[in-house]
Design a protein around this ligand. Sequence first.
Ligand code: PG9
Length: 646
Amino acid sequence: MVREPESKRLLRCVDRLGENVHFGGKVVAASRGIEVTAFPWIRMSEERNISRNAALIGALSVLATISVLLAAQDSVSPRLYYTKSEYRVAMRDGVRLFTSVYVPPNTSQKYPILLTRTPYGVGPYGPNVYAPVLGPSPAFAQEGYIFVYQDVRGRYMSGGDFKWMTPYIVDKKSSAGVDESTDAYDTIEWLLKNVPNNNGRVGMYGISYPGFYTAAELADPHPALKAASPQAPMANNYLGDDIHHNGAFWLPHIFNFINWFGQPRLGPVESYPEGLIDPGTNDGYNFFLQMGALANADVKYFHNVNKLWDQWMEHGNYDSYWQAQDVPQHLKKTSVSVMTVGGWFDAEDLQGTLRIYKGLEKQNPGTFNVLVMGPWSHGGWAAGSGKSLGDVTFGSNTSTFYRDNIELPFFNYYLKGKGQLNLPEAYVFETGSNRWKKYSQWPPKQERVESLYLEPDKKLSFSAPKNTNNRAFDEYLSDPAKPVPYTDRMFIGMVREYMDGNQRFVAQRPDVLVYQTDALNEDVEVAGPVGVDLTVSSSGTDSDFVVKLIDVQPDGYQMLIRGEPFRAKYRNSFSRPEPMKPNTPTLISYEMPDINHAFLKGHRIMVQVQSSWFPLMDRNPQKFTTERVYHSASLVSRLRMPRLVK
Ligand code: PG9
């Protein structure tokens, strides 16, 4: 194929769709005193009077500079010699999505495309300003990729209407049948035809909501999509991602998010205002205590302007609104190689990470589908060392290790055919022992579920309770006016470090039941979901029960390993809540998200049980209630621990 001269290519900037585009780029030398050459930004649609020669000279001077920079590339951040272009790419229904494309200048080779789709904006906007980092980590720009970032429908500079967690349309009869899999498909199709020097292979990745868009494409993947990495992807906002946890509503996390994200948009914008309201305080505990019931948020603050908030208030049960959004149910025909990544201490989308991996594994046997889990908060693997989280250290730079030894090799192997890839089915960091573990399946097959029983005298034991006295219970008063705090820090948002935080600050409260083992005489390694069977009663007709699994360290630090609530009225169904019968022992069974933790010899295992976790989750609209937790031979309360056996 005869290649058009670079300078001519750089100057061609009207895309196939007749939509004028801008292109341009800035080459900034970063070291060794190399001159800064600003490549003139060319907007053909508005500045036709620019002499093409001047532009040509500009382009050539840039190319000259680039070649000098390439010669010294070890000293210049390679992202800086990329060329940025911006397009409005038409989808099959005519809606145009704003798309930024960064292309390496070296046209002597072809590059794979790495696509991210996001509702959070692809700015900075304008062809002569660059994103701070290109790709999942700086190494990718050094490696050489074509980076593509796209505003999803209805967000920022894209056209169309935004839909929350766009439900996948199973039967798409007309071009109006569009969802995120069709938008990504149409985008990839356009990129392959219009972005120069691509090697015909495409990868997708994204963290959090962008992780959802990556996973959503897997429902109907484009044949050129060869590698995908949904990272902390949202999979279902009722089943544990961000908004609802077993019927309870994640209050500061969602209130603060929707205060910004839920603002109305009158048309394409490069930015949104700070938020609908300014809470005016960092004291989240009292702010949300004074706000009162969830319904007061609209009455006091949003005033019918926040349509997403209103939607979420209308759908308090697991109804068709949430069910239609569930992602794993549609992941049945993907041949894409997928690496799902998440953090054990991810306060936002830990469930989504695990459910996307498990859904792909179950429904697409034989495809490359691996899981990587580290000791990370939400997105903690993408930057920084990963050596610690809050007060807890992990003995090594876990995030750096992941980026250099797992993430970059994964994409290089599948998109460039470069290097070797020796990833296990599950590459998992075991907290407690602070070791990376490799498993041939997740959860590991070499495990036995052992019951850890709540016992009288606030004991925990791996042997079943012997007492047959059904009056064996512990009791506390749950006062919604004095809810149990989830953190000892003052913050209006969600304190992400709560996920491995010290629980001592509530252990003495009369409304927190504390059970613990004796000091362990051997390591207890747990790998997989932790089951909860709680036999409780309430003097009311509904209550929340929070179970916290804790590693008590020899210095007394009570490290939260996993905590999860359950709103009792949903014990039989998230879609059809049922009241409790007052003062009647009732079994509540559920699973807490997977862990891989070693409770080391000399440590103790602790379980705390309480009926509020504020303001992390909204207060149960209960009245002042007396709660009981039973622990007899017939009225059992226990944790089902998936113990690794040698
Ligand atoms: N976890 C992010 C989020 C979603 C919904 C509400 C608040 C945060 C995200 O997925 O982007």
